[in-house]
Design a protein around this ligand. Sequence first.
Ligand code: ZN
Length: 426
Amino acid sequence: MERTVLKALTLGGPGDILAGLESKDLFALALGLTKPWFVSANELDTEHRRLEIAIDFERGAVFECSECGAVGCKAYDTEQRRWRHLNFFQYETILSARVPRVDCNQCGKRLVKVPWAREGSGFTLLFEALIMMMAPHMPVAAIGRIVGEHDTRLWRVIHHYVEDGRAERDDSLVRRVGMDETSSRRGHAYISLFVDMDVPRVLFATEGKDASTVQRFREDLLLHGGHPDAVKEACSDMSAAFINGIGEFLPKASITFDKFHVTKIIGDAVDKTRRAERADYPELKGQRYALLRSPETMNDDQLQFASELLLRKTSMKTARAFHLKLVFQDFYRQPKSLAETFLEKWCRWASRSRIEAMVDAARTIRRHWHGVLRWFTSHLTNGLLEGINSLVQAAKARARGYRTARNLITMVYLIAGKLELNVTHL
Ligand SMILES: [Zn+2]
């Protein structure tokens, strides 16, 4: 039986080097076992394509107490344990061992730590490393099919390493934070993301999109050695939830309203105006996207439509609204010293335009005045978050959704948390 395995392992491999080795030694080598541990037996079950490797420890060996680290403890008794290991070729590989319990003077009877697995895990460290290597790149269900394990067991491993990695994170230098929400399921469930804009990395993700998400972020920051009062800049959309949350829980932060969200308010106003006038001007039908674009990105048809619109007599509100939008696009190109005057003039023009949606847009901007202008000082945008968000949405699509928000949040940390994962290297 042993000979079969050795032959299988050396086929196409460096046979000369391995020829002198016993298969037990070979497995000990492959597993990286050191004294007092050794391979006591191995058995190949060809029918079930399974390799069982038994590990034992030398007689009289002494161990560390897993609780207090006291050395020189003798085995008091043992417990039989099993772990799923990386496949040897196509053979599902199981390690088993008598794990000693020591009787520590301080702690009493404690199971010792084995070097190949985490306490309480049914997988070896290398098997877990393989899972963690695949997890950011493919759905967990697919990993489950590859390794032949139920994905619930795999999620347990992933949660462990991600939580462990987050526990070690140091947030003491966090100064500028961006926040945004992303949908967690089709429709109405959301999670909010908080990003360190200087690294960048996701610091925190939590269910919901109300002001309490900022409170939970604050608590998480404190847990990781961060200082909420040291956060001087925050970037968000204009939702009351984030504004109130920042005001209450990040009180020293100046808000910058994200450019994309500010510009979108004007674009939405143009579209609202167009829809209201569609019945009177049939040529406006189907031109939503032309009007949302900026001239640099329009195709020839859209450019022609846009310029005809601008040359019209001003009885058409959509034409005037579009003109207002084009001028607003220059706002973010102003030098800082002229930005406020520019915005003031634009808002006055929009307020007097007699275009209801534009009057509303100007009012919204006036209500958020400082945060809109803050961009000229902070230069913060949520572009980073959009990038992270698209990674998250792609992972979600690959997985065809996550069963729980917790799974999604763990995946967010894994993909965009820049965590130092304490994983054995393959
Ligand atoms: Zn102890």
